[in-house]
Write a protein that binds this ligand. Structure first.
Ligand code: TXA
Ligand code: MG
Length: 319
């Protein structure tokens, strides 16, 4: 039985009890719902991989309540400190050198010498992390390879019965996962487009970002070619649907769409709607979904990245 907890002091206290006992608790962040476990406990972290059916070589993001906790886990050079102070708390994950004395389970980092750290802005996430008082490993709370959850009911649809609890605080505001920035060797690399647009990071860094993308040997899990996959097939950059297609539109030109990510062409609204509408489209479509073109700027980069992976051919051993 998976408990649904209210976003109240009582709900948080129950979530903390479950986490301390090594249980799995899904909770909202401003990007998507995460599946949390005590990042210092091997069996708790192993439970995440089991519940999601996630390949073990795919390391997890560690969530912390504040900078002090971040510094116990990772080394932040002056560049990392500058980026962190500009964007934390927020939808940005930094891949940083792991402190050798950190208390993290090696399962979290898949034995890499680096760690992905995030300080989320969602008030419930922050309250939970503070009350727990330690690092929480949390990938998105969906079965591996499937669409990420932006509502508690999405979490339950995929993981009910496999996790101890979900804290329900309503829909996530940003709607796509955090941007992942690699900062392990003094240079910044974009490992995954996400909730902070690359242009905004580039402005802070003062230079263009090198995008690292290698689907054959993924650096970040979202880089696996097929990911975020609905059951239906997706046809991208469709100006109009074919007769048997469900139309997932964007902008005023898609007034006749079955669902419109944003009628006004607002990328922030489209990102917030993306995963919920993909699920809806999957439920209502008869196997085929046509998606309107989305501009490749701002949050459009993260949206297109997720759509491309959702449309990618599936291998039978998808992860
Ligand atoms: O918004 C988000 O980032 C959400 C919320 C829950 O925080 N989390 C999330 O986690 O999207 P997940 O596991 O679905 O994606 C984490 C990504 C994976 O692609 C993984 O490969 C990458 O982070 N990652 C983790 N540790 C890494 C490391 N040391 N080096 C490179 N990539 C790493
Ligand atoms: Mg994920």
């Amino acid at each position: 039985m998976t408990e649904t907890l209210a976003p109240t002091p009582e709900g948080i206290s129950r979530a903390v009890t479950l986490l301390r006992a090594g249980g799995l608790v899904a909770f909202p962040t401003e990007t998507v719902y995460g599946l949390g476990a005590d990042a210092r406990t091997d069996h708790a972290v192993a439970g995440i991989f089991e519940a999601k059916d996630r390949p073990r070589f795919n390391p997890l993001i560690v969530h912390v309540a504040d900078m002090e906790d971040a510094l116990q886990i990772a080394v932040l050079d002056p560049l990392a400190e500058r980026v962190a102070s500009a964007f934390w708390p927020g939808p940005l994950t930094l891949v940083l050198p792991l402190r050798t004395a950190s208390a993290l389970s090696p399962l979290v980092t898949a034995d890499l010498p680096s760690v992905a750290l995030r300080l989320p802005a969602h008030p419930l996430a922050r309250d939970l992390l503070r009350a727990f008082g330690g690092p929480v490993a949390a990938p998105s709370a969906n079965p591996s390879g499937r669409v990420s959850p932006t509502r508690a009911e999405h979490v339950l649809a995929g993981l009910s019965g496999r996790i101890a609890a979900v804290v329900d605080a309503g829909p996530c505001e940003v709607g796509v996962e955090s941007t992942i920035l690699g900062l392990t060797d003094g240079a910044a690399r974009l490992l995954r487009p996400g909730g902070i647009p690359a242009e905004v990071l580039e402005e802070c860094l003062g230079h263009k970002l090198e995008v690292v993308s290698n689907a054959a040997r993924p650096v970040a899990p979202g880089q696996l070619a097929s990911h975020y996959a609905p059951d239906a097939t997706l046809r991208l950059r469709a100006q109009a649907p074919e007769p048997d297609e469900f139309w997932l539109g964007f902008g005023a030109g898609a007034a006749a769409a079955d669902l419109n990510l944003s009628e006004t062409g607002d990328l922030v609204e489209a990102a917030a709607n993306l995963f919920h509408y993909l699920r809806e489209a999957d439920r209502r479509a008869e196997g085929r979904i046509a998606v309107s073109p989305i501009p490749e700027s701002g949050l459009g980069r993260a949206i297109n990245d997720r759509l491309r992976r959702a449309a990618a051919p599936r291998s039978s051993d998808r992860n």
